[in-house]
Design a protein around this ligand. Structure first.
Ligand code: NAD
Length: 470
């Protein structure tokens, strides 16, 4: 069944760009998501291992982390953040736009950093990965390039980190896992929301048992991107609008899911077992186009498959549940939800941060008590680097905390906080939610990307503060 499915998909859907990454089909221009009606339970659940597990992988410490940043939209902010971190060197800047390279060179200059080597060709990322003076490929390109660049990087001996989502298909999630295991390189998806202040504090509280057994979590990405998606000056070649035309389900689950999954010990003591997903009709992109470009414009007449509201329910092997929501096309305020529900308490982040704890969890904590709890349980990592993070910036500081911690781990030979199994599990929801939506919300199995390692993996302590201070 799996073989047939793969062959069918290769013949019909993988006809696009071939990136020459051995063993895996290339992606079509805007993702190769093969969600197909009546195949709701066809997700592969196990594959044979191609290398040693990379759970808890430790590599040789790298005193100075030599970095290539590929994709200089959001990647330009990374250049700035990374240049504020001790022990980094930006060796290469790679983008199709000369002006973006130039602007990043200015950033480097302003911060007293040497000029980087520039690459501007469509496939120059291959040359970049082939260089022998780079330790880390920092990939901030559009979605369809995440997997080919990451695989190529690891196959050329580099550690690879990628913007979210790590991959758009289950097959590509497996490709990342297999390649990380084969090459014994670090792979991390850059899920910055795991490093936001309230999320870190609730993680710390969870580990200290304040919420009891956490059996339910909710997370979301609700962010009105209608004007950006429809702007010719927004995303490169309007990649996000193109994806919205071709796919439904939840293409961006990890902002809400990542922090909740970490708190609930996913891949370390528990794992996602199956999901069911439902999407509403699409109105937002069409209405926006009608109002902006006119009712008869091609933008208004186009078909957009991405439902405005996507809701996915995940059940874990332990019998816990998670709700993941996505909506980037509605007139609503920004919201990542972040709800944590346990036998002893409850936390919610939006629209206002609140905590309720037994024995009086009928009510939220009063402001003074809330403030005291936030101070008492602030995560040591944000305590340590939070002020600097706020001053450098990046979504209020969380992006800097993420980058700082990544570099810290690489320099000290420590395992990364998020590994390839997290990236695969969180990103697999992209294809699997679409599968479920296209099959009347029937349930779909979620593969065990750890191949059973989750059972013995120790509860993840997020950030081992013993080591942060050494
Ligand atoms: N974690 C977050 O908070 C966050 C926020 C914004 C964007 N993102 C992610 O960052 C990624 C980039 O998003 P963006 O908003 O910067 O998009 P963008 O379209 O503004 O920028 C992408 C850049 O990649 C470059 N690029 C395209 N093809 C390339 C190639 N072949 N070689 C080299 N460079 C190439 C483009 O020229 C462009 O400068 C996406 O994956 C997005 O999901 C994450």
């Amino acid at each position: 069944m799996k073989e047939n499915r793969r062959n069918f998909l290769k013949k019909t859907l993988y006809g696009g760009l071939a990136f020459g990454v051995s063993g895996y089909a290339g992606l079509t221009q805007y993702g190769s998501n093969p969600a197909k009606e009546n195949e709701a339970s066809a997700a592969p659940v196990a594959q044979s291992k191609k290398g040693k597990s990379v759970m808890g992988l430790r590599c040789e410490p790298i005193p100075e982390v030599r970095i290539a940043v590929i994709g200089l939209g959001r990647g330009a902010d990374a250049v700035n953040r990374l240049s504020h971190i001790e022990g980094t060197k930006i060796v290469v800047l790679c983008d199709l736009h000369e002006n973006r390279i130039k602007s990043c060179q200015n950033t480097l200059k302003k911060l007293g950093r040497p000029e980087a080597i520039a690459y501007t060709g469509e496939e120059d990322w291959k040359k970049v990965c082939e260089r022998d003076d780079i330790d880390l490929i920092y990939n901030a390109t559009p979605w369809h390039l995440h997997v080919p660049i990451s695989l190529y990087a690891m196959k050329h001996g580099k550690h690879a980190v990628s913007e979210i989502p790590a991959a758009l298909t289950v097959d590509d999630c497996w490709a990342l896992v297999d390649t990380a295991e084969e090459t014994q390189r670090h792979y991390m998806m850059l899920e910055n929301c795991c490093y936001d202040f309230f999320e870190l504090t609730t993680l710390n509280m969870a580990r200290k048992g304040l919420f009891g057994e956490i059996y339910h979590g909710e997370g979301a990405y609700i962010h009105d991107l209608r004007s950006l998606k429809h702007s010719k000056n927004g995303y490169h070649n309007m990649w996000r609008l193109e994806y919205s035309k071709k796919h439904t389900g939840n293409p961006y689950p990890m902002h809400g899911l990542g922090p909740v999954a970490q708190i609930m010990g996913i891949n370390r003591g528990d794992r996602f077992e199956y999901l069911t997903s439902m999407s509403s009709n699409q109105y937002g992109l069409t209405l926006y186009a009608e109002n902006t470009f006119g009712k008869d414009s091609p933008e208004a007449k186009a078909t957009y498959k991405l439902g405005d509201m996507s809701q996915t329910l995940i059940r874990t092997v332990k019998g816990h549940t998670i709700v993941v929501v996505h909506d980037t096309t509605s007139p609503r305020p920004y919201d990542r939800i972040h709800k944590i529900s346990g036998t002893k308490g409850y936390a919610v982040k939006y629209p206002e941060q609140k905590i309720a704890l037994e024995p009086n969890a009928h009510e939220f904590l009063k402001p003074e008590k809330f403030k005291a709890i936030m101070e008492q349980y602030e995560h040591p990592l944000s305590k340590y680097i939070g002020e600097k993070a706020k001053s450098v910036g990046g979504h209020g500081g969380m992006d800097y905390i993420m980058d700082w911690r990544l570099i810290y781990c690489l320099r000290n030979g420590l395992p990364l906080d998020q590994d390839v199994y997290d990236a695969a599990a969180w990103s697999s929801i992209v294809e699997l939610s679409e599968r479920s939506v296209l099959n009347r919300s029937n349930s779909v199995d979620i593969p065990d990307f750890t191949r059973g390692e989750w059972k013995n993996a120790k509860p993840w302590q997020v950030i081992d503060m013993e080591t942060v201070f050494c």
